[in-house]
Design a protein around this ligand. Structure first.
Ligand SMILES: NC(=O)c1ccc[n+]([C@@H]2O[C@H](COP(=O)([O-])OP(=O)(O)OC[C@H]3O[C@@H](n4cnc5c(N)ncnc54)[C@H](OP(=O)(O)O)[C@@H]3O)[C@@H](O)[C@H]2O)c1
Length: 250
């Protein structure tokens, strides 16, 4: 089960954190992987980990805030692998600031990466999936697609929008055999959450919110991506999967 041999994946934000874990798990399940991000040195580290899994892999420098940059990376991946079967829209940024202190540069930066970055990537890869009449898209949304958090309003807005984008696209593209689902992590220990982890009081308060009494690790996310990308999930589309140690269940 969950065999991805013969499939190829395009993963944005594969240089670190959750994206690196997802890329590694997809490769371990048999997929060829195109690793996408801006930091080539970090992408090369993921590349080395993935090549250990014995699959074809390539690192592609691209900035998701630029449609041309994304299109060039997608074309390079298609050139290498012949097609893309799995897209993981994972690239994302966060900015912690009270709402009243957010300026246009702050919110445009979050929207440009978290929302527009996903839109242009889904369009670029998705037009090929629609043409080949098959494909799987995974959007890395968040528990903040559902609930709010002080100092994180615009991020929450982008993640709510990303979840709705994936649901709506699932409805539009089911007729082309393209499935779209969202993965919604809770608090995962990565560079993105480092700003929270500096203060013991914040850490303790965070742990009290999580019934599992631990923070997540990037490795908690990859296996779900493998399932959703596999043929065993062929009837699963338009859904949101929360992985949060029970945080938003209580
Ligand atoms: N950590 C959490 O608790 C958590 C919870 C819920 C959802 N998420 C979501 O999960 C995703 C991954 O987060 P993470 O925690 O793994 O964060 P991370 O360690 O900071 O990694 C973020 C990734 O996004 C890439 N990225 C950022 N801006 C980009 C751009 N303009 N173009 C291309 N790539 C870009 C980065 O690559 P480069 O720097 O190489 O460009 C990096 O690989 C994000 O969408 C985040 O919102 C995280």
């Amino acid at each position: 089960m969950f065999d991805l041999k013969g499939k190829s994946a395009f993963i944005t934000g594969a240089s670190r954190g959750i994206g690196r874990s997802v890329a590694t798990c997809l490769a371990q399940a048999g997929a060829d992987v195109a690793l996408v991000g801006r930091d080539m040195a970090a992408l090369d580290e993921t590349l080395a980990a993935v090549k250990g899994a014995g699959k074809r892999a390539l690192a592609l420098k691209a900035d998701v805030t630029g449609a041309e940059s994304v299109e060039a990376a997608v074309a390079a991946a298609c050139n290498e692998f012949g097609k893309i079967d799995i897209l993981v829209c994972n690239a994302g940024v966060q900015k912690l600031k009270p709402f009243l202190e957010m300026g246009p540069q702050d919110w445009r930066g979050l929207i440009a990466t978290n929302l527009e970055g996903a839109i242009v990537t889904m369009q670029s890869v998705g037009k090929r999936m629609v043409a080949q009449k098959s494909g799987v898209i995974l959007a890395m949304a968040s528990i903040y697609s559902f609930v709010g958090a002080p100092g994180n309003t615009i991020y929450c807005m982008t993640k709510g929008g990303l979840l709705q984008l994936s649901r709506a696209l699932a409805v539009e593209w089911a007729r082309y055999n393209v499935r779209v689902n969202a993965i919604c992590p809770g608090w995962i220990e990565t560079d993105l959450t480092k700003p929270y982890m500096q203060d013991q009081k914040v850490i303790d308060a965070g742990l009290r919110q999580i019934p599992a009494r631990r923070f997540g690790k990037p490795e908690d996310i990859g296996p779900l991506a493998v399932y959703l990308a596999s043929d065993e999930a062929s009837f699963v589309t338009g859904q949101a999967y929360v992985i949060d140690g029970g945080q938003i269940a209580h």
